[in-house]
Design a protein. Structure first.
Length: 461
């Protein structure tokens, strides 16, 4: 039995304007019908956990990838479900258990730790081999595919040391992770499954158990771009591995970007930044005496590409303009910032959202989490894109006029200097950033999503 909307709590509206209760319920029902959220039913052979039980609590299973920047967007939704009296559990890789527990959610560490950075390093190493074989040259730093340590060139890694077999190991671990989530869903019998942009385990588990699933987008990623994960796992359970399995989406993407969701039902939602737990130092609560520029150096950046000269050039330009650079970096990568002492404040493992209120602008590498966190804060952005995905997300955001995107491995010093200058002087960037912030803040909150998702879960019983 699903908790009736409004019973024992105050459910928010699905529009910014608050409606009287009868009108709100009618509007919500109309929205659900138009979005197709009332059409899905639980598979006939699926067990019903609540028959004969007056308990109104639902079970929400959140499934995650190993990339915190992609699953952090689901944390506020987990909080909203818990505040409404529902039980939330989060399947994760063992390495993510502490991060999820510190967010106040119940971790279920049954997944496998898939080393995406190692795959990326191997792909870059192979590309360098092909380039060298064709007589080309390159200036970007190269890391050892296995150890992640800097190497001068492909000749520094002998054939038996490059770890070519990891792709097969990755596939094996991925299949095992999918199996674990499917079996847990069968055991725990959730009413609803929520997944991130790279967690095909949730999509598969929902199909196998007949439970509705919802894709919680971090922003900028459409439903057709979700990674469905292990082909072997879908084949094992007799499920066609197709993006049509993603039927419902919560999307915080700014409206003017125009993400194509392929005709799926989409509920616009406010982006609520969460970048991990942290403490606010006293100096960060004070009004800065000069413009403050946040600079993001994350684990993925250094773990795949090593030191990125473009980021250092950007920091040098910030200093030259008399602004204050504040650099956030993962704790075990602080040593990679040698030479910044006295020029910038360096914060280790610091949540970006806590830095935003006193920041004038931000420089990052195209991370969707950084893009959306800064967008919600309404500040201009410079993305020095590194990965293909990061560069594409930054290009999409630049359509708003609130950000600039440069290729992080190819941009010249003059291009970087001009882009940093614009962060501090271009009124058009600032005006566009405020417009995007107003779009985001005017949307329904994650708490407002609970009632329609309750109805989606209830429609499957």
């Amino acid at each position: 039995m699903v908790r009736p909307p409004g019973r024992g709590r105050t459910a928010g509206p699905l529009t910014p304007a608050r409606l009287p209760t009868p009108a709100r319920l009618l509007a919500r029902a109309g929205l659900l019908a138009r979005a197709g959220l009332l059409t899905r039913r639980r598979a006939p052979d699926a067990p019903r956990r609540h028959e004969g039980n007056e308990d109104t609590e639902m079970r929400i299973l959140v499934t995650t990838t190993s990339w915190r920047g992609l699953y952090f967007c689901m944390v506020p939704l987990g909080w909203a479900f818990q505040a409404a009296g529902h039980e939330v559990r989060v399947t994760c890789a063992r390495s993510q258990s502490e991060s999820i527990s510190r967010a106040g959610l119940t971790a279920v560490p049954i997944g496998e730790d898939l080393d995406f950075m190692r795959l990326e390093r191997l792909a870059r190493f192979e590309a360098a081999e092909r380039r060298d074989a064709a007589g080309g040259t390159g200036t970007a730093a190269l890391l050892h595919p296995v150890t992640g340590e800097p190497i001068a060139g492909v000749g520094d890694c002998r054939p038996g040391e490059r770890g070519d077999g990891y792709r097969q190991e990755f596939a094996r671990l991925s299949l095992r992770g999918h199996d674990a989530v499917v079996e847990y869903a069968r055991l725990w019998r959730p009413d609803l499954i929520v997944h991130d942009a790279m967690c095909g385990e949730g999509v598969l588990a929902a199909e196998v158990t007949g439970v509705p699933s919802v894709y919680c987008s971090p922003g900028l990623f459409g439903g057709n771009e979700v990674s469905l994960g292990s082909p072997e796992a879908f084949a094992k359970y007799g499920v066609a591995r197709d993006h049509s399995l993603i039927r419902h989406t919560l999307d915080p993407t700014p409206v003017e970007i125009g993400i194509d969701h392929g005709g799926r039902s989409v509920l616009p939602v406010r982006y609520q930044p969460y970048n991990g737990p942290g403490e606010v130092p006293a100096w960060l609560s004070e009004e800065p005496k000069r413009p403050r520029i946040a600079v993001i150096v994350n684990r993925g950046t250094t773990g795949i590409f090593g030191p990125v000269p473009a980021l250092r050039r950007a920091i040098d330009r910030v200093v030259a303009l008399g602004a204050e650079p504040v650099v956030t970096v993962s704790r075990h990568r602080v040593d990679s910032l040698d030479g910044l002492a006295g020029e910038a404040r360096v914060l280790a493992d610091f949540p970006l959202n806590l830095l935003m209120p006193t920041s004038t602008a931000i420089i990052h590498h195209g991370s969707v989490s950084a893009i959306m966190t800064a967008a919600a804060a309404g500040i201009p952005q410079l993305a020095l894109g590194l990965t293909d995905d990061g560069t594409e997300m930054a290009r999409r955001y630049s359509r708003t006029g609130a950000g600039t995107c440069l290729p992080g491995l190819e941009a010249t010093g003059d291009q970087i200097s001009a882009a940093v200058d614009a962060l501090l002087t271009d009124d058009g960037l600032r005006d566009a950033a405020r417009r995007v912030r107003n779009d985001i803040s005017g949307r329904p909150s994650m708490a407002d999503m609970v009632a329609p998702l309750e109805e989606l879960a209830g429609s499957a019983r």
